[in-house]
Design a protein around this ligand. Structure first.
Ligand SMILES: [Mg+2]
Length: 198
């Protein structure tokens, strides 16, 4: 992350995005990997190791993920990539001052059970499994409307919306200012879940 006052203002903007998400009733943030958290598409076969891939993590997401981990929001990566260990290691390197082990990773791997009754469509299985982990390990029940999917693939977003989730499009050149603006302008407040504290 770059130093100085710009880093400070990025941190502040990330914090206000998290605050806005919480006010809007979001409790689980599901992030796509390829061309969302990272600016490149690995096609699930990145061979240059996590240090090199960490250089491609979108700066605004470094701050946003750190701010999420600092809050009560649950965070998961939902991806068709099967390189989950690489994703874990990359996040650890890119965001060294946060406990990135708290991020639930759901890739196209065999280390998590598919959820019965949920179609294999878009990121729905990945999201449903992350929700299940929050329930079983953190003892919190997450409703569909409390999940936001951030993805560069509009098809995945459309599907997520039909399942009652919020959807947030990540454009190619997304920087913090635009990220904050979109979240602030387009996410309605949800007073129903405003009692969710801490
Ligand atoms: Mg993608």
């Amino acid at each position: 992350m770059s130093g100085g006052s710009s880093s400070k203002s990025q941190k502040e903007m990330a914090r206000s995005i998290v605050q806005k998400l919480r006010t809007a009733g979001v409790r689980l943030v599901a992030l796509d990997w390829d061309r969302t958290i990272i600016t490149v598409h690995t096609k699930g076969c990145w061979e240059d190791g996590p240090s090199k891939l960490a250089k491609h993590v979108r700066p605004c997401f470094k701050y946003f993920i750190a701010a999420c981990l600092d809050s009560s929001l649950h965070l998961c990566v939902v991806t068709f990539s099967s390189q989950s260990p690489l994703i874990k290691d990359t996040l650890k390197i890119a965001i060294p001052h946060s406990d990135t082990s708290a991020i639930i990773i759901r890739g196209n791997t065999k280390d998590w059970a598919r959820i019965q009754g949920v179609p294999i469509l878009g990121k729905q299985q990945h999201i449903a499994s992350a929700i299940r982990e929050v329930t079983s390990k953190r003892h919190q029940v997450i409703q569909p409307g409390e999940v936001i999917l951030m993805d560069d693939d509009t098809e995945n977003l459309k599907i997520a919306e039909t399942f009652g989730h919020r959807a947030f499009f990540v454009r190619d050149d997304m920087a913090m200012e635009h990220f904050k603006e979109c979240v602030m302008d387009h996410l309605p407040n949800n007073t129903k879940t405003a009692s969710d504290k801490n």
